[in-house]
Write a protein that binds this ligand. Structure first.
Ligand code: 1CP
Length: 348
């Protein structure tokens, strides 16, 4: 069977067009998703493998991107650690971490018992993708698994009630670095096991979301967030699974990201792709980076902006087209489709 374009992009093969998918491609901008959400809570959807697979496949049928990303959330690992998490729609932790003893009391999730629903959803989706490619001509699609990186998970699991913008994590860094290291170390082990399980159950590629690491200075990023990312990437390398790392607001971290060990870096829209290419070099795949708000442009403008993005790189390989962050919940779906169709026209 031919390999999915997404996998071939990681091998830096020259391609007639880059692969394309959209961060948060399953979700509220699709009426089919909203219909399911009327009958089920968000966590019910995540925890019912058949439903999670169905939601994962919705954008595949509607937009025809080159990859499916499993429908779940970065915070589902928290429940197996003993945290009570709810979504309405943003996540809320009822018993956040407030002390060193709270960290010591955290449980290690039993990957299969506590997170088996994610693995089952991957298995079902993989089968559906396989059946789709057997029944329909066109490029086969890759399956992307994901997790939150330790720094970003700490931003949600620590008590942030006294601060804005997840600042409590940075405050702990300055007040008691050792305790923060203790938490990050626990999270690194948990995320590593969880991702290895996802690979075992069918994920072809992993995206690691360190959404809030852009709040850190380059120096603190290198001391606290980066070593966790490096350990996770190393473990996945042993399974030959490519990793894409996403950080929102990564402009000041590009130099440090050369050392991340990730096979690909997903660039937010504030950084010109050409700058990322210059700093990161040709061996690291790049992903991104259209401003999600650009999907609200008039169609002819959107097509033009998408083409400008596509032709901003010197390279014609080692690139995955995407947005610079998740698609916004009120995005017109025809424009999401136009973005993908425009990429499929290929490089100029
Ligand atoms: O009401 C609803 O339907 C829930 C809305 C929703 C959805 C659809 C949430 C709550 N999470 C998700 C799915 C989700 N979350 C996916 C699905 C797969 C896909 O891409 O199609 C993914 C990859 C995530 C990852 C995620 N969750 C991140 C990292 C990516 C990013 O956007 O930076 C983060 C930070 C979260 C936390 C989260 N979960 C939900 C919301 C609204 C948020 C963001 C809240 C915040 O900004 O703090």
């Amino acid at each position: 069977m031919i390999e999915p374009l997404l996998i071939r992009a990681f091998k830096h093969e020259p391609l007639v067009r880059p692969p394309v998918w959209i961060m948060r491609q399953a979700g509220r901008y699709l009426s089919e998703y909203r219909t399911l959400r009327q009958a089920h809570s968000f966590l019910e959807l995540c925890k019912s493998p058949e439903l999670a697979a169905q939601v994962t496949m919705q954008p595949i049928h509607i937009l025809d991107p080159d990859a499916a990303i499993i429908f779940s959330d970065i915070l589902v690992v928290g429940e197996g650690m003993g945290l009570e998490i709810d979504f309405n729609p943003g996540p809320k932790v009822a018993n956040p971490i407030r002390s060193r003893s709270d960290i010591l009391a955290l449980k290690n999730p039993e990957t299969t018992a506590d997170l088996g629903f994610v693995f089952d959803a991957l298995r079902i989706t993989k089968k559906e993708l396989w059946e789709l490619s057997a029944s329909k001509p066109g490029e086969p699609k890759a399956l992307i698994g994901f997790a939150g990186a330790p720094w970003t998970l700490a931003c949600y699991f620590l008590d942030q009630s006294l601060f804005k913008n997840h600042y409590a994590t940075q405050v702990l860094l300055h007040q008691d670095a050792e305790t923060l290291h203790l938490l990050l170390d626990r999270l690194t082990k948990i995320v590593t096991d969880y991702l290895l399980g996802q690979v075992e159950h069918g994920a072809d590629v992993i995206q690691l979301f360190d959404t809030w690491a852009g709040n850190l200075s380059a120096e603190d990023f290198s001391r606290f967030a980066l070593p966790c990312i490096q350990r996770i990437c190393e473990a996945l390398r042993s399974q030959n699974c490519p990793v894409i790392l996403y950080i929102n607001g990564c402009a000041h971290l590009l130099e440090a990201l050369r050392q991340s060990g990730a096979d690909g870096i997903s660039i937010d829209w504030r950084v010109p792709l050409s700058t990322a290419e210059e700093v990161l070099g040709n061996r690291i795949l790049l992903q991104g980076n259209l401003d999600p708000a650009a999907l609200y442009s008039a169609p002819e403008h959107l097509a033009k902006k998408t083409k400008t993005m596509l032709n901003a790189l010197k390279r014609k390989s080692g690139y995955i087209a995407n947005l610079g962050h998740g698609i916004l919940p009120t995005t017109p779906r025809d424009n999401a489709r136009l973005f993908i169709d425009t990429i499929k026209e290929g490089w100029e």
